[in-house]
Design a protein around this ligand. Structure first.
Ligand code: CMP
Length: 215
């Protein structure tokens, strides 16, 4: 529990108390944790692994809204406003998650203002990200959106060494296109082009992005 940023302001005694009401569980890759429109009763914190947050169209197409990595949390909205889940959540790889019941989550927020502030900070970050994405979808062409998404993935999930960023691939190409908000054919065209220019190289487990060449 100590490693969770949301709990970083708690004293040792408070951490102990929080640990008592949390459950920790390992989920296999590709486990659906909940679906959009379900009623929410649980709050999640990612200890390791990653979870995709996505919404599904009437025709079954998916749009990924966000990828939650270690230290990040999700599932708070329906607990706060009592409405159904605003999106679905599925593990992308084997993941260890901490869960809290809705009641315990709200109780913690009531008694620890630092945690409430932590949640508000996370919500603020998400709104900023979402505003940026609305901008990109409105004003940028598909090719630029792909490149921006690759850079964003690199910054958030990559390991940098000089000008080369290595990103471990937990998303497949369908999912990268759902994250960028482009058709898969467009994604593949841009990727092929970047590979030809030796800006991007892809192996089964990761891809490498050359930032200097990209600029
Ligand atoms: P909840 O609505 O309970 O269930 C779905 C969760 O996905 C939601 O709470 C948030 O935690 C998270 N979520 C919803 N929309 C976004 C978004 N645009 N960006 C990041 N996370 C989101």
């Amino acid at each position: 529990v100590k490693r969770v940023p949301l709990f970083s302001q708690l004293t040792e005694a408070q951490l102990q108390a929080v640990a008592q009401i949390c459950s920790k569980r390992t989920y296999k890759a590709n486990t659906v944790l909940f679906a959009e429109k379900d009623m929410g009763s649980v709050f999640y914190i990612v200890l390791s692994g990653s979870v995709k947050i996505y919404t599904t169209s009437n025709t079954g197409e998916e749009k990924i809204l966000s990828i939650c990595k270690a230290g990040e949390s999700f599932g708070e909205l329906s607990l706060i406003d009592g409405k159904p889940r605003s999106a679905s959540a599925q593990t992308l790889e084997d993941s260890v998650l901490i869960t809290l019941t809705g009641q315990n989550f709200l109780e913690l927020l009531r008694s620890h203002f630092d945690m409430t502030l932590g949640i508000m900070r996370e919500l603020s970050n998400r709104l900023r990200d979402t505003n940026q994405h609305v901008y990109d979808l409105t004003f940028l062409d598909a090719r630029t959106r792909v490149i921006k998404s690759l850079i964003k993935m690199a910054n958030k999930h990559g390991m940098r060494s000089g000008n080369i960023i290595t990103i471990k691939l937990v998303l497949n190409f369908d999912e990268i296109s759902q994250l960028a908000g482009v058709q898969k054919v467009t994604l593949m065209q841009v990727i092929r082009d970047l590979e030809e220019k030796e800006i991007l190289s892809i192996s089964p487990s990761d891809f490498k992005l050359d930032l200097a060449k990209l600029r």
